[in-house]
Ligand binder design. Sequence first.
Ligand code: SF4
Length: 272
Amino acid sequence: MKTEYLYKTPKTLLNKGTGFLSGYSHSLNPYTGCTFGCSYCYVRQMPVSTFREGEWGTWVDIKQGAAEIFRKELKRAKTKGDVSIFMSSSTDPYQPIEHNEMVTRSLLEVMVEDPPTFLFVQTRSPLIRRDIDLLLLLQDRVRVSMTIETDREDIRKYFSPYAPPIQARLETLRLLKEANVPTQATIAPMLPSSEGFAELLRPLVDRICIDDYFMGDGSGGKRTRNLKIDAMYKELGLEEWYHPSAYKMLYNRLIKVFPEEQIYISQQGFEP
Ligand code: SF4
């Protein structure tokens, strides 16, 4: 797939935390666009994508000079109160272009110099392991949330063929744990998984978040319906996994191996 990369100088980096992210003062997106291009990505339905010619997943804007702009914004925001940051709400901060561009790393460097009250890093990319040195400097002011929607690689390939393999994400969780970076496994959106999923996660994390299309797409499932994700489940013959109560099936498996207080449902699991 051909990808279009453009350099753009943003006016602002910090956006106000609203809706699903109302527990945060701000959200922070180092890029606009995301080459993981997951089929179910709700950003496909948002103006940032719908006003763009190319299909979601085929273009990325790289925020040029991001660290300098962010440094000033963060300083200003901190004079007004607590700053808690969700990174990122509409891109993956560790998508492949970050290998070379290091925009996310430059933002972390700013936060190490001038820490926010809390930083939540949402990714599905093993590249985050590169920045363990900086994450550790943020100590307990940071939590990494690694998306692992399923333990089944065939299912991952079907729904998000351009995203990193499950095994690499599990290995990254292991490394983050070993390094003592506060971490959670985020099963979102929950995809069909096997019976052994809970056991697989048990040695890797002490905190799990489950979310689905109905609770977590910010529109009660409407955005997902528009993306016709239900047809994908039908094609697989796995419709029982596409239902507002399907998450309970997974919850019942998790609760056999995780204490209740380590399992968070939907928005709770993303809160600071
Ligand atoms: S990684 Fe996240 S932002 Fe990127 S396409 Fe997938 S769901 Fe969307």
